[in-house]
Design a binder for this molecule. Structure first.
Ligand code: G3P
Ligand code: MG
Length: 245
């Protein structure tokens, strides 16, 4: 992308750990600290609908149990995705991608949609999320930034919605990381911050890629990364790391 349209500070899963991750309440909390861009995780319900959920199973962050794809969207709608965090958030629902599109677009916020397939559903999740991103953000000034650890999901997204920008998530940088970004026609590397230093960021920039990283919760580390030219910092610490205006 010639003109990088995304802010340098991105709230992780809405508001990190301060509110129940991947719920609308978390987005609202992150926004209250001045954050204007949000990372969140999307996968498919049993009936193929795009919903926000990090884990492949419901147990940790909802009142349900078992695999997310064992339930339909209607069944997921009956679960509580807030009470596990704290009583003040009891009753918070699992959001659909469509609900998040409505909220973020109405408020002028930007999004980084992490495609997080339930294992075994990589291709169809990548395709479904990318198609929804295309239609839900139709006419938006700035498109969602898609990202995934799954190269298969990113390949599917590239195929069905080539105009929606993609970033490859990498927990460790393999020797061929630049080739992988090129193969998937990505605009950015999205790395575990521990893999980054000034030289890696410069190498990515020289090759024409932007650089994002997760999950940086230390103020000094955040300042170092940004001083090296980091383009996007994903953080839980929305109350400590000030979002740039
Ligand atoms: O998208 C960056 C980051 O969210 C990746 O890790 O496990 O928090 O989804 P995770
Ligand atoms: Mg994520």
């Amino acid at each position: 992308m010639a003109n990088w349209p995304y802010p340098s500070h991105i709230a992780h899963r809405g508001a990190g750990k301060l509110a129940p991750e991947n719920t609308l309440a978390a987005f609202r909390h992150g926004a209250s600290f001045g954050y204007r861009m949000f990372e969140f995780d999307v996968k498919l319900s049993g009936d193929g609908r795009t919903v926000l959920m990090h884990d492949a199973t419901l147990d940790r962050t909802t009142s349900g149990t078992g695999r997310v794809d064992a339930l339909t969207l209607g069944e997921l709608a009956g679960l509580d995705a807030g009470a596990w965090h704290s009583p003040g958030y009891a009753g918070e629902p699992i959001p659909t991608l469509a609900a998040i599109a409505r909220y973020t677009r109405a408020n002028g916020f930007l999004v980084n949609i992490e495609i997080k397939p339930v294992p075994g559903h990589e291709y169809r999740t990548g395709a479904a999320v990318a198609l929804d991103a295309l239609s839900l953000w139709q006419g938006a000034d700035v498109p969602p930034l898609l990202s995934s650890f799954s190269e298969e999901a990113l390949e599917a997204a590239r195929k069905v919605a080539p105009t929606v920008p993609r970033a490859l998530l990498l927990d460790k940088l393999p020797a061929d990381w630049l080739d992988r970004l090129r193969r998937l026609d990505c605009v950015a590397l999205d790395s575990n911050h521990r893999e980054l230093d000034a030289a890696v960021i410069a190498r990515a920039h020289q090759a024409g890629f932007k650089v994002l990283c997760y999950t940086v919760n230390d103020v000094t580390r955040a300042a170092d990364l940004l001083s090296w030219g980091l383009d996007g910092l994903i953080t839980d610490a929305v109350d400590q790391i000030a979002a740039q205006p």
